[in-house]
Design a protein around this ligand. Structure first.
Ligand SMILES: [Zn+2]
Ligand SMILES: [Zn+2]
Length: 140
């Protein structure tokens, strides 16, 4: 079994988490997502998200100190953020054991690197770009 461990916290430090995932069957994905929802949620040109499968999440600190917001018309788009500082936190789908981790909330360098830009067709013109592959929406 190969395991990935991700540890992070919010801006004010009142919420901290640890995610562990068994990456044997499904590799984690690391995307810069340029969709409009990610822009609105982060206030930046793209969100940098690590999607982890077969994952468990443990709130190390402040487990009742965050809010969760799901966009009503979205099938799954949601954000999770500290009640005090608004800092981005992972959202966790316990049923599917799937975690979406805002890379900027990590307290260490993760073992994986961004692999693509997604929702490229929705990007803001001023958004940054480089030589990563870009997908109109989700990669196939
Ligand atoms: Zn905070
Ligand atoms: Zn997005």
């Amino acid at each position: 079994m190969s395991e990935l461990k991700l540890e992070g916290s919010c801006l004010c430090g009142s919420v901290a988490y640890e995610i562990k995932a068994d990456t044997t069957n499904q590799k984690p994905k690391f995307f810069h997502c340029h969709c409009q929802r990610c822009r609105k949620a982060t206030g930046t040109g793209h969100a940098s998200l690590i999607i982890v499968f077969d994952a468990s999440l443990e709130w190390k600190k402040g487990g009742d100190n965050f809010n969760y917001y799901k966009v009503p018309e979205a099938s799954r788009f949601a954000t999770c953020f500290c009640k005090k500082c608004g800092g981005a936190l992972p959202r966790y789908d316990a049923e599917n054991r799937r975690a979406v981790v805002p890379a900027g909330s990590l307290d260490h360098e993760p073992d994986i690197k961004p692999e693509a830009r997604i929702f490229w067709d929705s990007r803001a013109e001023w958004s940054c770009e480089n030589d990563l592959p870009a997908f109109a929406e989700y990669p196939e």
